[in-house]
Design a binder for this molecule. Structure first.
Ligand SMILES: [Zn+2]
Ligand SMILES: [Zn+2]
Length: 322
């Protein structure tokens, strides 16, 4: 007979569970409650790494500003945003193009450095969003659950923490992706070490730049990653309340030029909800979609191929033939 899961766990068991969860995303002690039965509320123990990420930004008052580190942080924001939009989203979640096994692993690892958890959890959660957009069960719908919960709250709830591998049968067959997904703190840790090493190198070998190791680390690890996280999260929150609706979709998705600027083209969210199967989200020429331009360059280099286009009928439905 299985144990009732409302038993009070001992402090030692709780500590073991908390540490286990931090190290292994798929870890769940037998005596811990089934996450799907938990109330949808902030779980502070699970959220500590995200709190740590945000608090780290405050160290900017201690290290100050230097244009070299600001440029480096901006470059890493753009590079990793591309990995999230082009690969976590358009490749893993929607399969809008093809690539090699090595290619998918490398871009999955780059996306993983953004501290937005593993590629399989991200894709699994996102596929659920498309299936149930702005319904009661949509975990990050601003229409259903309010702006703050749709932006960041849902991410802090234990209910939304496990990866539902049933939604990603095409991805769970790759053990290297499952590894990244289970141990999703490994890549961010390595990323942090690399940033410390580059910062130390610049401080030692290029003193004329005036960069210190701590300054480089705070900007490229904490600030770049936190801004990147919120930029991405705006698509869940703002892109369902702010902007124009070209297509009469069953959800509240919107198109916004500003959000497209911040997220390298993901702001054309109403287009995307109308037709999520194309590599392009800016359906018109004027709709700035740098992720798509980057994907085109990768296709010319032979790194990716078979980019799925926007069907003519969908363009015409939106009032354009471009
Ligand atoms: Zn959406
Ligand atoms: Zn999507």
């Amino acid at each position: 007979m299985s144990k009732p899961n409302h038993q009070k766990a001992s402090p030692l068991a709780t500590t073991g569970r908390v540490i286990g969860q931090w190290l292994d995303s798929d870890f769940r002690r037998e005596d811990s409650p089934d996450p799907s039965n938990l109330p949808d509320k902030v779980n502070w123990e699970r959220t500590l790494p995200f709190i740590f990420l945000h608090l780290g930004c405050l160290a900017v008052f201690w290290v100050g500003i230097n244009w070299t580190v600001v440029l480096a942080a901006a470059f890493l924001y753009l590079l990793r945003m591309f990995a999230i939009t082009g690969f976590y989203h358009r490749y893993f979640s929607h399969r809008t193009f093809k690539t090699s096994r090595v290619g998918q692993f490398l871009f999955a690892a780059l996306g993983n450095s953004s501290m937005q958890r593993g590629p399989l959890w991200w894709a699994s959660t996102h596929r659920h969003h498309h299936k149930h957009s702005d319904e009661e069960v949509d975990v990050h719908s601003p229409v259903q659950h309010g702006f703050a919960w749709s932006h960041i709250g849902w991410l802090t709830s234990m209910k939304n923490f496990p990866t539902d591998y049933e939604r990603i049968p095409d991805l769970k067959k790759f053990p290297e992706l499952v590894f990244l997904n289970r141990y999703d703190q490994v890549v961010p840790f390595v990323y942090g070490l690399v940033m410390l090493a580059i910062g130390a190198g610049l401080e030692h070998f290029a003193p004329s730049l005036g960069v210190t190791m701590g300054q480089f680390f705070i900007w490229t690890f904490f600030i770049s990653t936190t801004v990147l996280l919120h930029g991405t999260l705006f698509i869940n929150s703002l892109a369902h309340v702010w902007g124009k609706r070209r297509y009469d979709t069953t959800d509240d998705s919107r198109n916004s030029y500003l959000l497209a600027l911040i997220t390298l083209g993901e702001g054309w969210h109403n287009n995307h909800h109308r037709y999520p199967h194309s590599a392009r989200q800016g359906f018109r020429k004027r709709e700035f979609d740098p992720t798509y331009y980057g994907l085109k360059i990768l296709s010319w280099l032979g790194i990716i191929w078979d980019l799925k286009p926007v069907p003519q009928r969908v363009k015409e439905e939106g009032g354009t033939t471009q």
